[in-house]
Structures are given as C-alpha cells and as structure tokens.
Write a protein that binds this ligand. Structure first.
Ligand code: URA
Length: 472
C-alpha cells in the first residue's frame, strides 16, 4: 500500500501533481491510501513512490480537470481516492467514462459538484461585509460558514464585484483578502475576528425591506433559498418575521397605489424574471411544451428547450431553433450546431459541460414548396419567450453566460448592445455574473468568401476559448 499525504486537501494543483506521479508509476488506485495534513504525518514522511514506468500520462478530457477542481472543494474524505480511481479508469480503457451518468463514481462526482455549486451560490448571495475603520482607510470584513472549502473558488467573484474596496472574507477553514490589487488566501479565522454590528447593517436592512415584494411572498421558497442556518449572519433576517406579518396589508396598499415606472435600467431578462414560471428544469421543460405565449407554436413541430447539466457553470444562449432542431427537439443539432461543436472542440471545451439553450424556443419559418425557410423571430415573439430563458438561468445559476448572436446578446445585455463592438470579452451583469457575446455560427456559414470565413471562424474559436476562464 502506498501512502500519499496531501498538505492541503482542497488544493487542485497538489492533488494533480501527486495523482500524476502515481499514474506515471502505474500505481493501481486500490494500492493507494490518501491522507491529508490532519490525518497524515503521524507516521512521518510518505515512503517514496515507485519510479515512473512511462514518460507521459495519457490525455485526459479537459472536462475532468474542471470536475476534479470542483469536487476537491467538497469535504467528502473519499474525494482524493475516488478522483484518482476515475483518472485511472479514463486512462485505462474507459476514456468516455464521464459520459456515463449512471456510473457510481460519475454520479457521486456530480452530486459533489451540485453541493459545492449550491454552497458557492449561497455564499455569493448571503455574505455581508461590515465596515471596519483601519487608520485612515476602511476595510470591509465578512464572516461566513460554508459547508465546503469554497473560499478560494468564490473569492474571484467578490474581487469582480467589490474591486474598489479592501475586504477580508473570513471562514473557519480559510480566509480571503483583497487589498485592491492582490487577492491572497490565508488560514481560517474565528467568528470573533469579524465585527458584529455597524452602520452597514442598517443600510442592508433598509435595502432589504425596500426590495421585499409582499405580492410575491412565498415563505417556503424563502426558507429554501435562504436557509435558516444562514440567518444568524444576516442583518436583514431580523426583518423577516415583521415583513411576513405585514405582507397582506402592504400588498393591499400596493394594489391601491398607482404603478410607477422603474427608473433604473434593467436588462430584458431581469424584466422577464417577474413572469418566469416555477419548478425544476425538468418541470419547466414539460410546461414549455404547451407554451402559447405567442403563435410560433402553431406551425412548429415542438418546443426546443435547453439541454445540458442542470448545474452547468456556463449557459450558452443561441437565437432560435432551425429546421433540424425543430424536428429533433434539441438545440444546435443542425449545420450551425455542427460548426459550434467543431469550434468548441478546437477551443478544448466539452459541450457536455455546458447548458445550451435558445432565446426563442420555437422554429419560425416560411414554407417554400418542400422547404421551410428560416425567419427571424420578431421583437414580440422574443419577449414572449424570455420568461423561459429567465427561469432556466434562475434554476441553473451559472457562473457565466455566453451569447451566440445579437438576439441572444440583446436579451442578456439590453437592446443597446452592439455585438461587433463588444464581442469576445467578459462583461459584468447587474446580478454579479459575467457574460460574453460572440457571433452566431450561422453568421459564419453565411460569410461569402473562404478567407472571411476562415478568419471569422478563428475569432469565434478564440472567443469560445474564453470559457476556460470559468471552467479552468
Ligand atoms: N441556431 C440557433 O440559434 N439555435 C439552434 O438551436 C440552432 C441554430
């Protein structure tokens, strides 16, 4: 039995280096005992591993590296051994292992990913920074108790959101610090290190009370989204009983008052979220089959709903299904889909890691003899379909969105978005996510000459490669 001790049980680079050494030495997973800093070390240094029997490790799907990075943040002590077994199996004849959703190891990994992503989502939503004067400066400190070791993975989100502030994010196992320029990860802290009360709390409470809409009050959903265990760190949670009690009178008062036009600019998707249907992705898919929000359903064969992992880190949004998608009931399976797949392959991104959907879910066409000629959905049809897209994004909670073509980009960024000027870069959305737009593959297929097509395709692949900023 070979004992391998990890100093940092969640560090992907350390696990990868050790797993690589084991693989090069052809060490069977059954012969490895993984220990971590706390459990290892009792018996001194690990015995040296056998020497390598090969020079390089066989190629591993890129998706596995992303998967391993997320799974390593999980606190399940079996993670190092299970990931090494998966790596071993993929390099010993089971290359397509990740596609077998029913495999025990793969299913376990997906459960871990789901739990880690959910924990990250909660941290992004419920961390509250408190103001602490420090000499002439002000720093902001937050305390949070995540279930998994996610601080280093969530910290870049807070860097993007609070770039101009100096802050520290404290948790029992690690802390993250941003000084306006550099992000550093340090040891854990205790709750006492974080200030407990200050002026910001009142601000939060006022803000929360003002966004609280009694007409949409659903206590169960609130509990689910904001589990009671997080309430102790949330100043606004103190308001909840009061807000719930006052909900009916406030709703009656709202009905009496004249509606006011919101002054703040919101994106089309935020607007559509108000009417978004409820339920899981599978439930949404079922409901969307009977959508009658516009007339596109009449001549179409079926609704083409999004497809992909329900906790995908990236959602890709196309424009509307074409002829083949309408027949197959799946997005991006026709010529544009084939080009998209090829470009993804060249960018080294697994389509299986993405949730792929469209801004409009029905094929719009004009019959010409035996052919159905593609027609662009008009503004009303696009708007009618938007609540579905808003609901998909709400359920999946991706870290990032990639828009293919102007229709998708304008649904996400608003009508003033200019695709050719703003393509190929991550932009921050009001909800803290990032999104990027690139051209639609059908645009490339329509380019008249070979040279323009080649250049356009190379740019498209370059844009898609930016997904590695998210997927790792
Ligand atoms: N074009 C799109 O925008 N979506 C599809 O699903 C197919 C072609």
């Amino acid at each position: 039995m070979h004992v391998v001790t990890l100093d940092d049980p969640s560090d992907t680079a350390e696990w990868r280096a050790k797993a690589r050494t084991l693989l090069l030495a052809d060490v069977d997973p059954a012969d490895v005992e993984w220990r971590t800093g706390a459990s290892g070390g009792l018996f001194g240094e690990d015995a040296p591993l056998p020497p390598p029997v090969r020079e390089t490790t066989p190629a591993v799907p890129r998706a596995f590296l992303g998967l391993a990075d997320t799974v390593l943040a999980h606190r399940d002590p079996r993670r190092h051994a299970t990931l090494y077994r998966m790596l071993w199996r993929m390099t010993h004849g089971e290359k397509a292992l990740l596609r077998i959703a029913t495999d025990d190891d793969v299913a376990w990994a997906h459960t871990c990913i789901k739990q880690v992503n959910r924990d990250m989502h909660k941290m992004k939503a419920f961390v509250r920074f408190r103001e602490v004067p420090l000499g002439d400066a002000t720093i902001y400190v937050a305390w949070f108790e995540p279930e998994h070791d996610i601080v280093a993975r969530v910290a870049p989100f807070f860097v993007r959101r609070f770039t101009g502030m100096r802050w520290s994010l404290l948790t029992p196992s690690r802390s993250a610090h941003w000084d306006g320029e550099t992000l550093s990860i340090g040891p854990g802290a205790s709750r006492a290190d974080a200030p407990s009360d200050d002026a910001l709390e009142d601000l939060w409470r006022t803000y929360y009370a003002s966004i609280f809409n009694p007409a949409r009050l659903k206590v169960d959903a609130m509990r689910r989204e904001m589990p009671v265990k997080y309430w102790k760190n949330l100043p606004e949670a103190r308001l909840i009983p009061e807000l719930v009690r006052d909900a009916l009178p406030r709703m009656q008062a709202m009905v009496k008052n004249q509606p006011t036009v919101p002054r703040k600019k919101i994106t089309p998707l935020q607007k559509a979220a108000v009417d978004a249907p409820e339920g899981s992705i599978a439930a949404l898919r079922r409901q969307a089959r009977d959508c009658r929000a516009c007339d596109l359903w009449k001549p179409a064969t079926q609704t083409v709903f999004g497809e992909g992992p329900v906790h995908a880190r990236i959602v890709v949004i196309g424009e509307q299904p074409g002829d083949q998608e309408d027949l197959a009931g799946k997005p991006f399976v026709g010529p544009a889909g084939k080009l998209f797949d090829r470009a993804l392959g060249e960018a080294g991104v697994e389509r299986d890691a993405l949730y792929v959907t469209n801004a409009v879910k029905h094929f719009k066409f004009e019959p010409r003899g035996k052919v159905r000629l593609h027609k662009r959905a008009n503004a009303e049809e696009q708007a009618a379909c938007r609540p579905w897209l808003a609901a998909e994004l709400d359920r999946i909670q991706p870290e990032a969105i990639v828009c293919l073509g102007a229709m998708a980009a304008q649904a996400v960024f608003g009508a003033s978005f200019r695709l050719m000027q703003q393509r190929g870069e991550w932009l921050d959305l009001p909800d803290g996510r990032r999104a990027m737009a690139t051209v639609h593959p059908s645009y490339l297929l329509r380019l008249p000459d070979h040279e323009a097509r080649e250049a356009g395709y190379a740019d498209f692949v370059r844009d898609l490669s930016l997904m590695h900023d998210v997927l790792g």
